[in-house]
Design a protein around this ligand. Structure first.
Ligand code: RIB
Length: 295
């Protein structure tokens, strides 16, 4: 079994700020850093560091930022055979972080807009694959790949981040939809239902997990509702916590863990990600230490 991530890969410029800027305001940062990021790449790194054989398909430009953007994937041993090098700048994100660890992020999409479903061959979409997608690459390419994955027998998880429309048949083809509370609220408005996991599950007819920050996470499936608490930590930077959750959930499901156990492991990984600057994904041993030290 293996995890295949189709999605974005960015270089993050992370600015630690005394406060997030209001419109028209300039805020000086005493510390900044250039780090690998992008929801797709972060989730692939999280899955690989958690121990899953992981491949990534996305796009970068032929520029200096590509080396930073790809460094996390390379360090984690992610298979990059399906990576495209395109005539557009490597995507870049400005990540502003306040002392409470809250962030504001703007992404220059660049090469992410050139990621194509055709980069993934049919043989990679068989029942042995768990495909994980997010929404920082073109929605039409996600839709095409999800339909092909469904036909090929792969298991499909979509993280609806950032929230954007997808056709009803595509949402209905998922094995699990993952959203945070803001994305869940957006989707609930679109569907004319509530924003909770059970309400979205009833409306879509597929399993739905909603991550709720310090309140943990809740999933609704045909078998019932699962709620997992968050692991209490002192947050330094919440950037990438959702990506840690998705990547570790995918790795856990890929190795056969039941959904409840996979959600607990994902929550531990997300908590650890909040204790570090940037989108820093934990290793399996770190996640296991937190799991075993928490009743
Ligand atoms: O989820 C965090 C990520 O969102 C950052 O790494 C940034 O690149 C944006 O894509």
């Amino acid at each position: 079994m293996s995890v295949l991530v189709f999605g974005s890969v960015n270089t993050d410029l992370v600015f630690a700020l005394p406060g997030l800027p209001a419109p028209g305001e300039t805020v000086l940062s005493p510390r900044h850093a250039m780090l690998p990021g992008g929801k797709g790449a972060n989730q692939a790194v999280a899955a690989a560091r958690d121990g899953a054989p992981t491949a990534f398909a996305g796009a970068v430009g032929e520029d200096a930022l590509a080396e930073v953007a790809l460094s996390g994937l390379r360090d984690a041993g992610v298979d990059l055979a399906r990576l495209a090098w395109v005539a557009a700048p490597t995507a870049c994100a400005a990540v502003l972080v306040d002392p409470a660890g809250r962030n504001q992020i703007a992404v220059g999409s660049g090469a992410n807009r050139e990621a194509r479903a055709a980069q993934v061959e049919a043989a990679a979409l068989s029942p042995g694959t768990l495909l994980l997608l997010q929404m920082e690459v073109p929605a039409a390419e996600n839709a095409a790949l999800i339909r092909r994955a469904r036909a090929g027998g792969a298991r499909v998880l979509l993280n609806l981040a950032p929230a954007a429309p997808l056709p009803a048949d595509v949402l209905g083809a998922l094995d699990l939809l993952i959203a945070n509370e803001h994305e869940a609220a957006w989707l609930g408005t679109q569907l004319g239902c509530g924003a909770s996991a059970p309400a979205l599950h009833r409306a879509l007819g597929v399993p739905v997990a909603v991550t709720l920050g310090e309140a943990g996470a809740e999933a609704a499936t045909a078998a019932g509702v699962i709620a997992t608490p968050a692991f209490p930590v002192r947050a330094v930077d919440t950037t990438g916590a959702g990506d840690a959750w998705c990547g570790v959930l995918a790795a856990s499901l890929d190795r056969g863990l039941p959904l409840a156990a996979a959600m607990r492991r994902a929550s531990a990984a997300a908590a650890l990600a909040c204790t570090r600057t940037g989108a820093a994904m934990p290793r399996a041993a770190e996640t296991e230490r937190l799991l075993s030290s928490t009743p």
